[in-house]
Design a protein around this ligand. Structure first.
Ligand SMILES: C[S@@+](CC[C@H](N)C(=O)[O-])C[C@H]1O[C@@H](n2cnc3c(N)ncnc32)[C@H](O)[C@@H]1O
Length: 218
């Protein structure tokens, strides 16, 4: 994974400013390094629950001469977040795992979440809605052959439709060429499945889904 990945750049775009960013599941530490280097974060905590990724983060932070600004921490999820952490980023995990990590956390003093689930987007947005978080911006990017949804959320209320929980209200509204392309590929896969099944119930549900997706990009 490259530190200049389009996915991480899009996440950086969603970061307004952090006094202290906590990057959970930091792995190589690229996101906190990018945030501090670009002065979008004054300081950062790079957290991971495994020693190997943290060794890589430690190496990269030292190489970037940011040891005085980025603290490396071996810990599970959002346990014992220092009170001055105002932005939390969690990326590169499934939405269900991210939700379970957020579940156990005290987020009262956290102003903004930056989240990049690699699957289970529906469950993640449902978690945000249920826990009084409101999405304020999203990005849809393609990076090294994969499509990613990035989400920024703050405390507040929102009510998302079923399709918005899957693809995001801002992503749907923007309907970028990349997103359109993604949906067209989904429609092609569903149409292919439709062409090889005679099961009536399957055909109905495939046709319903194709109609919903066609309307999304109409
Ligand atoms: C695929 S990497 C993502 C790295 C980086 N966030 C990114 O998006 O490029 C996922 C990282 O999350 C870490 N991780 C998984 N569960 C965790 C937990 N409960 N607490 C902290 N880190 C965790 C893994 O060790 C791994 O380094």
């Amino acid at each position: 994974m490259s530190k200049t990945s389009l996915r991480l750049l899009a996440a950086l775009d969603l970061l307004d400013y952090a006094h202290r960013l906590a990057d959970i599941g930091t792995d190589h530490g690229y996101f906190p390094i990018m945030a501090v280097t670009t002065k979008k974060a004054k300081m950062a905590l790079a957290i991971d629950n495994k020693a190997m990724p943290l060794a890589s983060a430690t190496f990269n932070v030292t190489k970037a001469q940011l040891d005085n600004k980025i603290t490396i921490a071996l810990q599970d999820g959002l346990e014992n977040l220092p009170v001055d952490v105002d932005v939390v980023s969690i990326m590169g995990m499934g939405g269900k795992l991210i939700s379970s990590l957020l579940d156990g956390a005290n987020l009262n003093l956290v102003r903004r979440l930056i989240i990049g689930p690699n699957k289970d987007h529906y469950e993640l947005r449902q978690w945000l809605e249920n826990h009084s978080f409101c999405i304020i911006a999203e990005r849809f990017v393609r990076d090294q052959g994969h499509d990613y949804q990035l989400i920024a959320a703050v405390h507040g209320q929102m009510h998302l439709s079923e399709i918005e929980k899957q693809y995001g209200p801002y992503i749907i509204k923007e309907c970028s060429p990349l997103f359109r392309n993604h949906i067209e590929r989904q429609i092609a896969l569903l149409s292919q499945a439709l062409s090889v099944t005679n099961d009536l119930q399957k055909r109905i549900s495939l046709l319903d889904r194709i109609t919903i997706l066609r309307e999304l990009i109409a």
